[in-house]
Design a binder for this molecule. Sequence first.
Ligand SMILES: *Cc1c(COP(=O)(O)O)cnc(C)c1O
Length: 332
Amino acid sequence: MNFTKFPRRNYLQGATPLELMPALTQALGNDVNLYIKRDDLLPGSAGGNKTRKLEFCIADAMEQGADTIITCGAVQSNHARLTASWSAKEGLDCHLILEERVKGSYKEDASGNNFLFELLGVKSIGVVPGGSDMMGEMTKKLDELTAAGKKPYIIPGGASNAIGALGYAVCAEESMGQLNEMRLDIDHIVVPSGSAGTHAGMVVGMNGVSGGIPISGINVSRPKDVQEEIVYKLALETAEKLGVKTGVAREDIVCFDQYVGPGYSLPTDSMVEAVKLFAKTEAILLDPVYSGKAAAGLIDLVRKGHFAKGSNVLFLHTGGSPALYAYMDTFR
Ligand SMILES: *Cc1c(COP(=O)(O)O)cnc(C)c1O
């Protein structure tokens, strides 16, 4: 794959670790060897997957002469935190529109990512009710800032457009390189599937390097068929943009929706168990909204015998641990 024709900043410092989780493998009965790709350790304040996408999105903004970034997310958005982080580092203003997806969940003095937004110097935070037209809200902000003489640029929620998804095509290529070097034959990759850029980018990248490893997404909000269509559409756009000749087949996109629970960002027992198990066995911090639910799916699929005995499964850790501090009561 050729990424050189796209504007890109230099936010990665080499490959993130890809390693076995021996204690977790043993705790789950040794039938499946569990590996992890540590994108929670990416640069950017407190790490996480949005750094890979922002490397392309913020570069695009700067190429267009922007001095201000506008983006949106949920009240504990990791994406908002990392956009604020990289904007600060680049000397760009950052404005956030937060969607209160769970009524009453926004608290100005909340901990977790919310605390970090202010610390990272965001210029404004607007809070709108769940179900709002987020692009419409961001466009209003864009008009307001343009009228005030700024040059604003909108990055969509989760940086999940075809520009941001390039970052996960990079991750698939990087992972395949590591696996070849380790001579490690992975049978299956499990990723969280939210705003879809991570999942879509991984599928495109895997096809782009002819890696042939099936990828499953664990949903954090939507039903299976709805999410699969969203991922598929973004994957097609990304493959087109990147010129991946093999394209993407509909059956390359597989999602599981059994681990969402009552809804986006709402805790489940299996998420709590997964967060505690990863912490106690591997000293790896997950998050309550994404990687915790994805890990709950991984654990359940292992226990149910979904993966063949003796197979090697790679879990993509997308980060998010700052959100834990906004959920302490859930874990105590
Ligand atoms: C945004 C996010 C995800 C989901 O990635 P998408 O590209 O939005 O699907 C997963 N984990 C964490 C920690 C995130 O912040």
